[in-house]
Design a protein around this ligand. Structure first.
Ligand code: C5P
Length: 213
């Protein structure tokens, strides 16, 4: 089967506050997007990236214009490929190792819908007005990451239904599940953290030196 890596990279990066799109921010000599492409390209047949309007990168990968939301950017990416399976991965997660990718690829053919996720390690609480509301059962809670992989027709179908109903989710596994798919949780990695805030960027800068060795 053919695999495409789809990389939503059209976010503004306003929470990071560097004044340029987050995916194009330099992290120790390579942009977040370059790092994501470099990790994914060896394991797929095709890479497609969604960029902010008016942006392009120097790379042989296919580039399209993203949308106003992550969901819209992924919907556009899905229309730019005919691969049997798609691996969707945020440009904002630059430390994607081959092991996680192999696990994800290894499960999606059978499952149709899988995501990297980590069992929660912190105590989890539902908050109410800035105060402790109630405890969430940590033993049943996972933090969801990317990559997420799907049979292309399955996730395209979920996106079409979501568009019709005006349903919005923060990721594609959430969409797939909303429209009836069983989503398998595959062990992710704490190094797959998402670079969102300046503090995340500080961590990423320090860790990049180790990663690049
Ligand atoms: O905003 P957040 O960090 O959750 O974004 C996750 C990923 O989705 C990032 O790689 C970002 O570039 C991408 N994104 C996008 N189009 C948008 C918003 C976010 O491709 N309109």
């Amino acid at each position: 089967p053919r695999f495409a890596a789809l990389i939503p990279a059209a976010g503004s990066g306003s929470r990071l506050g560097f004044g340029i799109p987050k995916a194009l921010v330099d992290l120790q000599g390579k942009t977040l997007l370059e790092r994501a492409i470099e990790n994914l390209a060896p394991l797929v047949d095709e890479v497609v990236v969604a960029l902010p309007e008016g942006q392009s990168i120097e790379s042989p990968v296919k580039q399209i214009v993203g949308g106003n939301t992550r969901q819209d950017s992924v919907f556009r990416l899905l229309q730019a490929t005919e691969a049997d399976f798609v691996l969707i991965h945020d440009a904002a997660r630059p430390f994607l190792g081959a092991k996680v990718l192999e696990r994800i690829k290894g499960r999606v053919i059978q499952s149709g819908a899988v995501t990297a996720a980590l069992p929660a390690t912190d105590t989890l609480v539902h908050s109410s007005g800035g105060f402790w509301g109630y405890l969430v059962d940590r033993s049943k809670t996972w933090a969801v990451q990317t990559p997420q992989a799907f049979r292309r027709t399955l996730i395209l179908d979920a996106h079409l239904k979501a568009l019709q109903e005006g349903f919005e989710a923060t990721d594609d596994a959430g969409l797939a599940n909303k429209y009836g798919s069983n989503v398998e949780l595959v062990l992710g990695d704490s190094r797959l953290f998402k670079v969102t805030t300046p503090a995340d960027f500080e961590l990423a800068t320090a860790f990049a030196q180790l990663w690049d060795q």
